[in-house]
Design a protein around this ligand. Structure first.
Ligand SMILES: Nc1ncnc2c1ncn2[C@@H]1O[C@H](COP(=O)(O)OP(=O)(O)OP(=O)(O)O)[C@@H](O)[C@H]1O
Ligand SMILES: [Mg+2]
Length: 357
């Protein structure tokens, strides 16, 4: 959770200080006022990167040499981030230079829901893999070790394949991929079943039209079922050699959730697809809150797009009841009425990069 947040020279925000509440923080303003920029700053603090650009120079306000973000987390831990156009990125966690980005991710677990999240269904397996791996990372302490070891072995094997190294050299990496890949698959399988259970309940609540729907999970480990990864790698070595990269393994994993055995993209409306994605994010936060002392933060950009008033209010009721710290943007000022008298909620108006009353 964030107790305070300070932004300096971040996009169109020259200086801003926020004292967020523990539940819903609604950020309302016109187009171009700086709403998404506030979410981007929080995301940046938790992940050390932006969801809009790979090049951090775009985040620094025009005519300025650097940006700065300072936050205090629930246990009073300070996080400071500075990006200077010439000196690059510096992050400090609890007054010391950050060693690993994963330390930041553990301190500030963030689920970001973009305005176009209904397009999730059109994205490739890489995005779906990232999504559940975020959850597995937060609930399974050994996940990061296995993932880092797997990635290292995979890049070595791929480098060997690319340079057409001898097969005896390439197979040296197979046992590492097998060991770490199998561990990752175990974690992912267990996690996906938990996600399915939580999702079934949440999706029914957020989208009452599907309150009795049966949700099933499909999981593809990244290699053929009932075979060991090592055997698959050996059998496919000639093909991998031809292609120049490792085709099978935990890096090729994919998953999906079906609604009454149907593909969500084929039966859901756009608004329902958005609620589907939101239910996945809320289910993930619910699961990680059972493990991680640093309760997760939810960022929802443009809650009003695709969703009618009733579904928006139902969603807000749900987030508030669950006590999830969330930062939600909207151009729609009628959400004021919902905020009235709600506990632990705060309303921020943004105009040209500044907070107004
Ligand atoms: N580096 C920068 N320096 C100054 N201003 C910038 C910079 N990068 C972007 N901007 C401007 O910052 C403003 C805020 O953008 P932001 O995306 O946060 O708006 P928003 O409130 O989310 O708008 P919308 O409702 O359209 O989504 C925009 O006017 C944009 O052009
Ligand atoms: Mg925006």
């Amino acid at each position: 959770m964030l107790l305070s947040l300070k932004l300096e020279h971040f996009r169109n925000i020259s200086a801003m200080e926020l004292q967020p509440d523990s539940s819903i923080n609604m950020i309302i303003g016109e187009n171009g006022s700086g709403k998404t920029s506030i979410l981007e700053a929080i995301y940046m603090l938790g992940l050390g990167r932006s969801f809009r650009t790979r090049s951090l120079k775009h985040l620094v306000s025009y005519q300025q040499p650097q940006l700065q973000l300072i936050a205090r987390c629930d246990d009073n831990t300070p996080v400071g981030l500075q990006f200077h156009l010439s000196n690059g990125l510096q992050i400090r966690l609890n007054h010391s230079p950050l060693k690993r980005l994963s330390d930041l991710a553990s301190q500030l677990p963030i689920q970001y829901i973009p305005a176009n999240c209904h397009q999730f269904f059109e994205l490739g397996p890489k995005y779906r893999r990232r999504l559940i791996d975020w959850g597995v990372f937060h609930v399974e302490p050994e996940y990061n070790y296995h993932w880092q070891s797997y990635k290292k072995a995979l890049s070595q094997r791929n480098a060997a394949l690319k340079t057409r190294a001898k097969k005896e050299v390439i197979v040296l990496w197979d046992s590492y991929l097998d060991r770490h890949g199998s561990a990752l698959t175990n974690y992912r399988t267990l996690y996906l079943e938990r996600l399915r259970r939580e999702f079934e309940i949440l999706f029914g609540q957020l989208c009452p039209a599907f309150s009795n729907a049966k949700i099933t999970a499909r999981f593809n480990a990244g290699w053929p079922k009932n075979e060991s990864l090592r055997d698959v790698l050996v059998t496919n070595l000639d093909k991998d050699h031809q292609y120049g990269y490792t085709r099978y393994g935990a890096h090729a994993c994919d998953w999906t959730l079906k609604i009454n055995e149907a593909d969500p993209a084929e039966i859901l409306s756009r608004g329902q697809q958005k609620l589907f994605f939101m239910a996945i994010s809320l289910a993930q936060l619910k699961i990680i809150r059972e493990h991680n002392t640093h309760a997760g933060i939810l960022l929802i950009d443009d809650i009003s797009s695709e969703l009618d008033q009733n579904h928006q209010l139902n969603l807000l009721d749900h987030i508030q009841a669950a006590g999830i710290q969330s930062f939600i943007t909207s151009t729609n000022s009628t959400l004021h009425d919902w905020m009235h008298g709600k506990e632990n909620c705060n309303l921020f108006h943004v105009e040209q990069g500044q907070l107004t009353r």
